[in-house]
Design a protein around this ligand. Structure first.
Ligand SMILES: Cc1cc2nc3c(=O)[nH]c(=O)nc-3n(C[C@H](O)[C@H](O)[C@H](O)COP(=O)(O)O)c2cc1C
Length: 312
């Protein structure tokens, strides 16, 4: 229950043993992997930064158009362009040395073995955590779909990554599954140390004048306001299914959005699309709004709000 006599609010939070000065984290893919861009997000208030997902080799990504806006957010099919793990370590290292906040590299692979190999190389930098992007619509398991859509495929990736590194891992899940509880349980049992949820939701937009899909890749992923209730629902379900910490992602734009995600069960939130609406200092704005909310509603610590929506 909120303590209405508590005028001060401490917005620091903890994921595993890593302390963040505030609960906002830059979501993967929004500012690329450049070390300077990661530092810029940190300078603008991000409590931690996740660079774009890095895979085993250089990859060009999709042709334009890769991004389109609609009333509820954005639709993207960027196609995971990246320079590959060997060419990216320098940028991650630069960010780790200079950002002043935890840098959480994000990795992906086309096969579970590739995930393991990329994780092993990334772990050499000794990051405090690695986010494992199981949920990108652009990488597929043997079943021809994102790893996070299958308990077995997701668990296999987590197991192999865990066998290659001692760095704690965050399994990033997809929203478009029949039971995210089952997927969450499967990755927890396979050794995931934390879960982040969610990645984008599959979506499509058609230009009715030409009768053709707007994105070059035709289909893409929805982010922003439209997926917030979906993300809150996923975090709520995951909280009931597992004991490991959860990071909530999807449409967080204001302090109240962040609080909602925390009340569903998250210890921190990732923010991506809201940068387009509120600028790169969205992290500072959201943190200030969380602090104000806590003061006005008598919460003194983030952990007092985590999962309160589950209390009977
Ligand atoms: C342009 C764009 C690129 C993205 N690239 C990645 C990526 O490389 N790896 C990843 O795990 N998620 C990626 N995402 C998903 C985001 O990290 C996040 O899960 C999603 O956008 C929902 O959060 P938001 O509504 O705050 O944007 C990308 C999203 C966008 C909009």
């Amino acid at each position: 229950m909120p303590d209405t006599k508590m005028p001060n609010a401490d917005i620091s939070t903890k994921i595993l043993n890593v302390k963040l000065s505030n609960p906002t984290i830059l979501a993967s893919g929004i500012v690329g992997i450049s070390g300077a861009a990661c530092c810029y997000a940190a300078k603008n208030g991000a409590g931690a930064v996740i660079p774009k997902s890095i895979g085993p080799r250089e990859r060009e990504g999709h042709n334009n158009p890769i991004l389109t806006e609609f009333k509820g957010g954005f639709l993207n099919a960027v196609g995971l362009p990246n320079t590959g793990i060997d060419n990216s370590l320098g940028e991650i290292e630069f960010a780790m040395k200079n950002a002043g906040v935890p840098i959480i590299p994000s990795i992906f692979g086309g096969t579970k073995e590739e995930f393991g190999a990329v994780a092993e190389k990334m772990a050499a930098l000794k990051p405090q955590m690695i986010e494992v992007n199981l949920s990108c619509p652009n990488t597929a398991s043997d079943l021809g779909e994102a790893f996070a859509l299958s308990e077995k495929a997701a668990a296999e990736v987590v197991s192999i990554v865990k066998s290659k590194t001692k760095v704690p891992i965050i399994a990033k899940l997809a929203p478009n599954v029949p039971s995210i509880r089952r997927i969450a349980k499967a990755v927890e049992e396979a050794g995931a140390d934390a879960i982040s949820a969610v990645n984008t939701m599959p979506g499509m937009a058609i230009d009715v004048k030409t009768g053709k899909p707007i994105l070059h890749n035709k289909q893409g992923g929805v982010s922003g306001h439209a997926i917030k209730p979906i993300a809150v629902n996923c975090v709520y379900d995951i909280y009931e299914a597992v004991k490991i910490p959860i990071i909530g992602i999807g449409g967080v734009t204001t302090g109240e959005d962040a609080v909602e995600m925390i009340m569903a069960g998250a210890v921190a939130v990732e923010i991506g699309t809201a940068i387009y609406y509120r600028g790169i200092d969205v992290f500072r704005k959201v943190s200030d709004e969380v602090k104000l909310f806590m003061k006005e509603n008598g919460y003194s610590r983030i952990k007092d709000m985590v999962g309160v929506a589950h209390e009977k």
